[in-house]
Design a protein around this ligand. Sequence first.
Ligand code: PMP
Length: 412
Amino acid sequence: MQTSDPLLIEQHIRKDFPSLELQVHGRPLVYLDNAASTFKPLPVLDAERSFYIEKYANVHRGVHHLSQEATRCYEEARAKVAAFLGAPESDNIVFTKGCTEAINLVAQSWGRRLEPGDEVLVTAMEHHANLVPWQMICAQQGAILRIVPIDEKGQTDLEALESMLNPRSKMLAFCSISNVLGSHNPVQTMIRMAKAVGCTVLVDAAQAVAHGPIRVTELDVDFLCFSAHKMYGPTGIGILYGRRELLHSMPPWQGGGDMIREVDYQVTSYAEPPLRFEAGTPPIAQAIGLGAAVDYLQSWGWEIIMDREKALYQHLQVVLDSIPDLRKIGEATDRSSAQSFLLGQAHPYDVGLLLDSMGIAVRTGHHCAQPLMKRWNLPGTVRASVCFYNTFNELDYLGQSLLKTQRMLGHG
Ligand code: PMP
C-alpha cells in the first residue's frame, strides 16, 4: 500500500473483507467479535477456491501430478508459518485442527512423561482449551495441576508464580493474551522464570497471533500454538510449534495413515515429526488458506496493523468510559484487542441481544473461562473485541447503542 492516509488505508482494508458489508436486522453490521473469530479476506478465500479447482488431490501419497502439486502447496504453507514465527525449520510446525487440538496433542503426547507428584501450572485466566486438557492428563498420570493466581486488574501474579515454581514443575502453560480480559502476559519473563527450574513452557497464542509479531526462537519457548480462524484464515486448521528435540522425543497420540514409517500386523514404526502427529488426511485446503492468511497479514505489515489496532483500542476505552454505570472487567496496564464489561445490573445476555438488534455483534457469556467468572462472581461479561478492519465510527456507534440499551433496560 503506497498511501499513508489513514482513511484510504481503512477503505482499502475493508474492501478486502466482503462480510463487512453485511446487513443484520436491517442495519449495517458492526462486527466486534474478532476475539472469537475474524472475517476472511478475499485473498484467503481465493487461495482455497483456486486450490480446490486447479490443484486438488490428496497429499503425500500420490505420484501423479495433482497429488505432487497438492503436497507442494501444503508443505509450502508449513514453510510460510515457520517463517512467520521465526521457527528454525518447517518441521517445527505441526498442523492441527486448531489451538485446542494443539494443546491436547501436547498434553496427551508430551504429558505421558509426567509422573505422580509432578506439577503442571496454568494461570487463572486460561481458556478452557488450556485448562481441561491439563486436568485430563494430570488425572491420568497422578500429576498435580496448580493455578497461578491473577490480581484484581487481571494480571498474572508473578510473585506467586515465582514462589510456585520448583523442581517438580514440569509444565507452565499460559496464554500470551487473555481472551476475556485482553491482558498481556509478560511472556518472555514467564518463560525465563520457568526455565530457571527446568520447566517446559507452552504459550497459547490464540489471541496474540493476529495482533503482532511472534518470534519463537527469540522467546526460547518450547511449544506455541494458535488457530488460523482468529488471524483471517480458515476454520479447521491451526498449528503447534514445537522445539525439534521435544517433538522428536514425543510419541504419536493418534494412529493411522501418513504418520507411519512401516506397519506390520503387530507393530509399527513411526514417521519423523511433524508427520508423526498428522494422522489421516489433513485439512489441506485450510492449510493453504492459512498460508494465504500469513501472506495477507504480511502484505499489510505489522506497523499498519498495530498502529490501527492501538488507536482503535484506545478509542474503545474512551467510548466505554463515557457510558455511565459501565464497569470494565479487566484493567491490566498492558492489554489490547478485547475488553469485557458489564452494564449496570443488566445481564450480559440481554445487553448482547439488544446490541444485536442494532446490528452490533459482541460476545456475551463466560467466554470459555468459567473458573475465572466464578472466581470473580460474575454471571459472564459482554466482550467487545477489535481488529484492524474496525473503524472509529463503529466504536462511536457502539457507544450510542450502549446508551440506548441502558434506556431500553430501564437502567439509564
Ligand atoms: N485459547 C484462547 C486464549 C482462545 O481465545 C481460544 C479461542 N477462543 C482458544 C484457546 C481455542 O481456540 P480454538 O477454539 O480455535 O481451538
